[in-house]
Design a protein around this ligand. Structure first.
Ligand SMILES: [Zn+2]
Length: 165
């Protein structure tokens, strides 16, 4: 009787999978089937691998976010931007949005645009008065060149009265 070529292996993950071992010499099949039984089946191995990738990606995003947060905090300090007000859970996010928008606006309007430094200082002064985190969050999709107009449209509700700036 010939040694069978199709082996049903119970993998480490618990799944039963039929393997075609005809490509292996007859005297190696049992050993190979045993080796296979010590490992997860292909589907489970893939799922595990994809899960690891998702975790790595999440860790990468968290790292990037922490870097941006640091940059936003350093920037706020340098340009005397006030702490934002609003629900605790959106404060950091609002700070990142403010940093990104104002920095991008400076680049678009002054570095690459027609705005003078003097006029920009006015824009920046106005940006200092708007300290509601939600306002900055709402502008996160805005075109940077629109910042002066957006700031003009901000209302007293977007400014806290005890704002010292
Ligand atoms: Zn499996």
């Amino acid at each position: 009787m010939a040694v069978k070529t199709r082996w049903v292996v119970t993998h480490a993950c618990g799944d039963e999978v039929e393997h075609d071992l005809s490509a292996r010499p007859a005297d190696r099949r049992a050993g190979y089937a045993r080796w296979l039984s010590g490992r997860d089946c292909t589907d489970c191995w893939r799922a595990q691998r994809d899960g690891n990738r998702a975790e790595e990606r999440a860790a990468w995003i968290a790292g990037r976010r922490a870097e941006e947060q640091q940059a936003a905090a350093a920037w706020a300090e340098q340009y005397r931007m006030p702490p934002l007000s609003g629900p605790e859970k959106i404060l950091d996010w609002g700070e990142r949005c403010r940093h990104q928008l104002v920095a991008a606006a400076y680049k678009a309007l002054v570095v690459e645009g027609p705005l003078t430094e003097g006029r920009w200082e006015e824009v920046e002064a106005q940006a200092r008065t708007v300290d509601r985190a939600g306002w900055w969050l709402d502008q996160r999709e805005a075109a940077p060149v629109d910042l002066p107009e957006l700031l003009e449209a901000a209302t007293d509700a977007d400014r806290s009265t005890e704002n010292p700036y």
